[in-house]
Design a protein around this ligand. Structure first.
Ligand SMILES: Cc1cc2nc3c(=O)[nH]c(=O)nc-3n(C[C@H](O)[C@H](O)[C@H](O)COP(=O)(O)O)c2cc1C
Length: 133
């Protein structure tokens, strides 16, 4: 089996509400677990960050479908590549923070991912590192 991984960020559509994001998160978690797709979907302050890992054709087809979804826009791919091993053990889709107009200044951005298990925190940190190094 050829394994593939895609990671991107996107902006939630201004027309969707928190309950709509909730249904995206729960649908995604259930579907991906049922289809042996690993990774993570995070929603924070009106943005999405997602990693999907699995069999190449399933991942490519799923991404094409996700990209057409009107509940988000401005998709920016971070990577789209073959992988030897998956980085994530299962699939988790969760809110890191709700959409707020006044982002609290005293919360460090890494505090937002403290709700994830430590393996997922490390993987997300490693992906983000590419942007600061
Ligand atoms: C940000 C975002 C991420 C999504 N991620 C997934 C996903 O990983 N797996 C999935 O099955 N659907 C995901 N969806 C939902 C799909 O876009 C789509 O609604 C779902 O696959 C059902 O497609 P269908 O209506 O063509 O059957 C996501 C939607 C959004 C807005």
């Amino acid at each position: 089996m050829e394994r593939w991984a895609i990671c991107y960020v996107s902006t939630a559509s201004p027309y969707i509400e928190e309950k709509d994001i909730d249904s995206v998160l729960s649908y995604t978690e259930n579907w991906n677990i049922d289809h042996s797709i690993t990774g993570i979907l995070l929603s924070s302050e009106g943005n999405f960050f997602q990693v999907i890992e699995g069999e190449r054709s399933i991942i490519k087809e799923l991404f094409d479908n996700i990209a057409k979804d009107s509940r988000h826009r401005n998709l920016i791919k971070i990577f789209n590549k073959e992988i030897k091993n998956t980085e994530f053990n299962g699939y988790e889709a969760t809110f890191l923070s709700k959409r707020t107009s006044n982002l609290s200044q005293d919360i460090s951005y890494l505090d937002y991912i403290k709700c994830l298990d430590s393996a997922s925190q490390n993987t997300v940190k490693n992906i983000l590192k590419a942007f600061v190094d």
